[in-house]
Design a protein around this ligand. Sequence first.
Ligand code: BDR
Ligand code: CA
Length: 310
Amino acid sequence: MTKIILDCDPGHDDAFAIMMAVAAPEIEVAAVTTSAGNQTPDKTLNNALRMLTLLRQTNIPVAGGNQKPLLQDLMIAESVHGSTGLDGTELPEPGFAPQKQTAVELIAQTLRESEEKVTLVVTGPMTNAALFLSVYPDLKEKIEQIVFMGGAKGFGNWSPAAEFNIAVDPEAAKIVVDSGIPLVMAGLNVTHQAQILKEDIEAIRTIGNPVAVAMAELLDFYGLYYGQEKWGFKGIPVHDPVTITWLLHPEYFTTLKKNVDIELNGKLTRGETVVDQWNLTDKPENTTILMDIDREKFVETIKTSLHAFD
Ligand code: BDR
Ligand code: CA
């Protein structure tokens, strides 16, 4: 059993990560925390509550995170996720309230109360993770690993060099990669292979339970952005659930172990995840980088997860 805290900014693909995590018998979701990213922090928190209500998981503690990135102003991805952050379907109103604590406090409490180490899964900007590490360094040893969706080896999607989650809060990402905690990076190299095709969306819809139907509708909307010709994708890259798929099925992936650092100053490259491919520095190999995924098995794993809600 892998115990996780899921820090996310739902977000269509975050919604898939939440769904797969709660569906998996091998994963215990100890807490869900939300960050400002795909939408404003009030909306991402509300979306996490609405998703967990749809999934009938109203007993999982949820807390909202920081209002903005550590240093720069918040950038949101309304062009991808719409004005609610989860446009495309009608989700139920939240059936429960968030914790009174902040995300950072909930992460700390969850770790303190856990007998075993916990995996932190981050599928949004790393603001909460970085604040947590700064405020509670004594609890760092309770984190088994940080598995994050973010970055890429060699390119970006928000700027030519930077992926969205890192671009939103590069200083936070820098604190996380320098933390010494083992890292797993699900960056664009792998998530651009984790594509859901049109026929997969129809197969998901056909599963027919209310969760599957809602997820298919979310994909219909999300596909409007990723279906644009400029991307040249056959399907829709569904980034965030690659983290959960890694926890469930590492055998579906190829990986590289390298140093990853964050560019903070480059005029063209701020927010780049710089990978030391040839070990040219003496920096530690701090990150397992996911490089390739078996796409068909990825889609099968999503479908299996959805059957948990039959
Ligand atoms: C990442 O950015 C967000 O829009 C998605 O939810 C994902 O976490 C992909 O770059
Ligand atoms: Ca996300």
